[in-house]
Write a protein that binds this ligand. Structure first.
Ligand code: GAL
Length: 665
């Protein structure tokens, strides 16, 4: 099957998510014309519209969507259509209640919101293919249809894993294919521990309701299986869309920091990834990770933190083609916050200038299109407190004015090119987060600490799967590469021939089946690192571990591991406590390992490494960030106060483009 390239857009384009089925038809033409007049080029339609497209089994009603598409097309907008499978209609559920997902304890998640289906259900799979084909046959070659979004936000509402009889059956078959013999599974999982050995595939349960923690190897394979189910579900839709809608792109809108499935695996069949960016809501993540500065989340409450949002742009930019190919594709922000959200514990009004800030940042990190959620605030049902570009009464809301002031031509297409890559993979994340071992410690907190340090040093960062092509990079940062395989170790050893590699704590702690390496950590990576793990300490809140890097004191929180340096040089040692005098940071050739969770230590080591390879790090104030795309540099201040940088005062919540004829202030 041949792939089409993403649309070739000479500069950033803007779009909007609209729901014509939510308003009387006499509004549609006015909406479409107003969208065009606002400078929008694309509209996303039909996302949850299954009950209107097929009100009764097999009885399709295309009239309204025919007319809606014609109306938006007549106004000059390109249409992105969604397969409506995230919202199966009531009649389908009533006929086939077995499509409903079940939670860990087996409770059925009933009809009444959205995403109420099980990816493993053969009946639902059939309906998914059927509605996708019906839509694709009707609209696939419509000249206004530029592309497709499959479904909506896979996994939302804790639905990536389902504990149904269909999932159980599918899981057992998946395991039988993976291991061939049940004895091989017992060996891989280490089931002799606690007498968990199986004699037959049919004895294996889903890892949902055990008395206590299930075997992590069992849970790991269930996460892999669930990822394959989601991938299979998406691939079925994509195959139909490619057949019936030639020349159109297919994408999916993922969520920020969502980790209940392997996004690399699920994205393989897409032209590019998209994601839904809600910077003030996603800020909650900072609180969860408990960074050293507890005031940080509050300080950025009206804009979100620049690195939290940028992380996801960089992640999704590298998602397709990220494993093994190392190319950079564009991506879409399919839903961009343009006012208040309704789903965080508190939902403050965004700062003045925030919509411009977010849009410009998305572009600088590689977005081809930023599409605002949503046109008019919903006047019904679950999301009435969520803003749109228009208020409930259809007057322009605050975000509208900022969109009106944007000139997309100021943001030309171009590549994000960087020599710095951060490695990320979901299997390491799962293993890490299943057994965090220290309160408040988790994979994202550890990974984000390195990302934030790189961004605070002025670096643009690619985020890639560890097995992707690393040949173009001078610095490879692997903050939490918990899972190691022999192939991965060889791949990293090759990369170390031309690049500096910086590993974080818990590197190579686990093998592909979730066991620890028999030879201890660093397992397969031992030859490259030239050292071995000595101790790991878990620090409860309030207990800190001091260390010294070249005479400079630093403090580790939550996690501190030490090494027997053997053939490696010791750059930092712990001072005091049970690790007193032991190695905290080691280096051998181009490979550095940082064993302590300390934001200042990480920043200092990375700064030194960047200097070594001549990348000229620049220390930026908190909230001030530089991003480069094509020949243009974006300079932003995300703070609510003015910030001085290089002899200039940057206005609060402000954006400047450097290197263009015109400057945006
Ligand atoms: C996303 C979703 C949208 C809408 C939005 C509200 O999760 O895709 O349909 O619910 O959040 O912020």
């Amino acid at each position: 099957m041949s792939r089409i390239p993403p649309l070739h857009l000479p500069h950033l384009e803007l779009g909007v998510c609209d729901y014509p089925e939510h308003v009387p038809q006499d509004r549609w033409a006015g909406y479409a014309q107003a969208q065009k007049a606002l400078g929008l080029r694309f509209v996303r339609l039909a996302e949850f519209a299954w009950s209107r497209l097929e009100p009764r089994p097999g009885e399709y009603d295309w009239r309204w969507l025919d007319e809606a598409i014609e109306t938006y097309a007549a106004a000059g907008l390109g249409v992105v259509l969604c397969t409506p499978t995230a919202a199966p209609p009531a009649w389908l559920v009533a006929r086939h209640p077995e499509v409903l997902p079940q939670g860990r304890a087996g409770q059925v998640k009933t009809f009444g919101s959205r995403r109420h289906y099980d990816f493993s259900s053969p009946v639902f799979r059939e309906h998914s293919r059927r509605i996708t084909r019906a839509m694709a046959e009707r609209y696939g070659e419509h000249p206004a249809v530029v592309g497709w979004q499959t479904d909506n936000e896979f996994g939302w509402g804790d639905t990536a894993q389902s504990y149904t009889p269909a999932a159980l059956e599918g899981f057992r078959q998946w395991l039988a294919r993976r291991y061939g013999r049940v004895e091989a599974l017992n060996e891989a999982w280490g089931n002799v521990f606690w007498s968990m050995e199986y004699g037959d595939w049919n004895q294996i349960p889903l890892p949902g309701q055990a008395v206590a923690e299930v075997n992590p190897a069992h849970a790991l394979d269930f996460l892999r299986f669930s990822s394959d189910q989601i991938a299979g579900f998406q691939e079925e839709q994509v195959a139909i869309l490619r057949e019936c809608s030639p020349g159109r792109f297919v994408t999916h809108n993922y969520m920020g920091f969502f980790s209940a499935f392997d996004h690399y695996r699920v994205s393989r069949c897409l032209d590019f990834a998209s994601w839904d960016s809600y910077p003030t809501g996603t800020l909650e993540a900072l609180k969860e990770w408990g960074l050293a500065d507890p005031g940080l989340a509050l300080r950025f409450t009206r804009t979100g933190h620049p690195d939290v949002t940028a992380f996801n742009h960089d992640l999704y930019r590298g998602m397709v083609g990220g494993a093994g190919q190392g190319q950079t594709h564009g991506f879409w922000v399919m839903e961009q916050q343009c006012g208040q959200v309704n789903w965080a514990p508190s939902n403050p009004l965004p700062a003045k200038g925030a919509v411009e800030l977010w849009t410009a940042q998305a572009w600088a990190h590689g977005a081809d299109v930023v599409s605002y959620f949503r046109w008019r605030a919903a006047t019904m049902a679950q999301e009435v407190l969520h803003s749109g570009l228009l208020r409930h009464d259809e007057r322009p809301d605050r975000g509208y004015a900022e969109v009106a002031a944007l000139d997309p031509e100021q943001f030309p297409a171009g590549q994000v090119k960087t020599k710095v890559v951060l490695l990320h993979d979901y299997e390491s994340l799962w293993l890490y987060n299943m057994q965090p071992h220290a309160e408040g410690m988790n994979y994202w907190a550890q990974t984000f600490a390195s990302y934030r340090a790189l961004r605070s040093l002025g670096m643009d960062v690619d985020i890639r799967h560890p097995d992707s092509d690393l040949s173009g990079y001078a610095v490879v940062v692997a903050p939490a590469l918990t899972m190691m395989t022999p192939e991965r170790a060889r791949h990293l050893a090759e990369a170390a021939e031309h690049a500096q590699i910086v590993f974080g704590p818990r590197t190579a702690f686990r093998t592909a089946s979730g066991r620890t390496p028999e030879e201890g950590q660093f397992g397969e990576l031992g030859a490259l690192v030239g050292a071995s793990l000595q101790n790991y300490d878990s620090l409860p809140e309030g207990l800190e571990q001091s260390l010294h890097l070249g005479g400079e004191p630093h403090t580790a929180r939550r996690w501190a591991e030490s090494y027997d340096p053997a053939g490696a040089a010791v750059l930092a040692r712990y001072a005091g406590g049970p690790l007193d005098g032991e190695a905290a940071v080691i280096r051998r050739g181009n490979v550095t390992v940082i064993g302590a969770h300390s934001e200042t230590l990480i920043a200092e080591v990375l700064e030194e490494v960047l200097n070594t390879v001549g990348l000229q790090p620049t220390r930026l104030p908190e909230g001030v960030r530089l991003s480069r795309r094509g020949g243009i540099t974006l300079l932003q201040n995300w703070n609510a106060h003015p910030e001085a940088w290089q002899g200039e005062v940057l206005a609060p919540v402000s954006t400047r483009l450097l290197g263009t004829v015109k400057e945006l202030v």
